[in-house]
Design a protein around this ligand. Structure first.
Ligand code: GLA
Length: 384
């Protein structure tokens, strides 16, 4: 008798629990439906579609955080990178002179709008301002003096933005273009040897114990350059440089990289135990060229439907792969906002318009955008 009562009681409790669960899940699904109805509207931006994957960022200049472009940034992205204003030349133009205004403006914009911020770039062979390598007589500084100046630069810039910058490109592009060498022949290398690489990471870590530290480079998917980048990364790791990740610039095109090359490179970089960020994504309509040149007679820069279709397919593939690697990719950043302005309009060919981004010249979403956000928003388990 007692056991029947207990059974009845348990059945009753189970029934109530089931009713409660049914009721709750119907409330949940109603809520979900209501949410997706609002989200389905044009309210959603790239950052919302990719909420379960990685932050979506964009490189910006001080004049892009105003007006229409500021609205686009806020709607579509949740991270920004300063395109130029935190590079050594602009922010530290002379030995004892800093220019903070533009960098501060971008940092404020990020804070006010709840955006993440990547710092770019502490040590690079370009846009240094030149003074850092020169002594008072116009000759080369000693290794000791160069490292001292580098430390002073890092100690001045990094803590100033440690309340907003979560990741820094510590060293940019230190691998040579010449495939017979690993290290680029820069003044950094000439004066300080490979030590400058390790020191840059050590100084950055001392300046901010919590920020993520990245090595950043281009052509990072092409196997021969990829392998040399890996050699540099291993050198850093073997010498206990506090590196957290590798930045793949991703100045790509409708011609390359292939899906196979991309997956292989992501596998190899992640085997080093590093985070991966796509830091400067754009998809050019033209094959990679390093040397600057003029537009050739009769050369067209029309954005034809055929080129548009190829670009849609390229973007589709790149983002499909990024999603598959969501466990190791911790950020994707586009280099510039819309086709109204891209550095590729003048590089490497002066006067050849390019259309490398997801928004057109009127800040409207291109068809490639629709493709990039056309997926099941629930991430699948990664099986790279
Ligand atoms: C490299 C640098 C960037 C930028 C681009 C060109 O990729 O890392 O800072 O200068 O070139 O715009």
């Amino acid at each position: 008798m007692k056991s029947i009562k207990i059974l009845q009681k348990s059945v009753f409790i189970l029934a109530i629990a089931a009713a409660f669960t049914a009721c709750k899940s119907s409330t949940d699904s109603e809520e979900k439906e209501a949410k997706s109805q609002t989200e389905d509207s044009s309210e959603m931006g790239l950052k919302d579609y990719y909420e379960d994957y990685f932050p979506m960022g964009v490189a910006v200049a001080p004049n892009s955080v105003k007006g229409k472009s500021a609205e686009l940034i806020k709607k579509e992205y949740n991270s920004i990178t300063p395109e130029n204003v935190m590079k050594m030349g602009p922010i530290h133009p002379e030995k004892d002179k800093f220019y903070w205004e533009d960098a501060d403006l971008l940092a404020e914009f990020a804070k006010e709008n709840n955006l993440k911020m990547r710092g770019h770039a502490l040590v690079w062979h370009q846009q240094t301002g030149g003074w850092i390598f020169k002594n008072e007589n116009g000759g080369k500084v000693s290794k000791e003096e160069l490292l001292k100046r580098m430390k002073n630069h890092i100690d001045s810039v990094v803590p100033r933005y440690s309340d907003i910058i979560y990741a820094w490109d510590v060293v940019n592009e230190a691998v040579a273009d010449d495939s017979t060498k690993v290290y680029r022949e820069s003044e950094w290398l000439e004066i300080a040897g490979k030590d400058f690489l390790v020191k840059a990471f050590e100084y950055a870590r001392e300046a901010d114990p919590n920020v993520k530290l990245f090595y950043n480079d281009y052509n990072a998917i092409i196997p021969e350059k990829r392998d040399r980048i890996i050699e540099l990364l291993k050198y850093l790791q073997q010498n206990n440089a506090p590196i957290d990740g590798v930045g793949i610039q991703a100045h790509w095109s409708i011609h390359s990289p292939s899906e196979e090359e991309l997956r292989e490179a992501l596998d190899l970089y992640s085997e080093l135990g590093l985070e991966i960020q796509i830091t400067e994504l754009d998809v050019s309509l033209y094959p990679w060229e390093k040397e600057r040149r003029e537009l050739k007679e009769g050369e067209s820069d029309e954005f034809t439907p055929e080129l548009e279709q190829k670009q849609i397919e390229a973007y589709d593939m790149f983002f499909r792969v990024f999603r598959d690697y969501k466990d190791v990719i911790t950020g994707v950043t586009f280099w510039n906002i819309s086709d109204r302005y891209s550095w590729l309009d003048t590089y490497p060919v002066a006067g050849r318009k390019n259309y490398p981004l997801l928004f057109d010249e009127n800040f409207e979403r291109k068809k490639a955008y629709e493709k990039v956000v056309e997926f099941e928003t629930q991430p699948e388990t990664k099986t790279p």
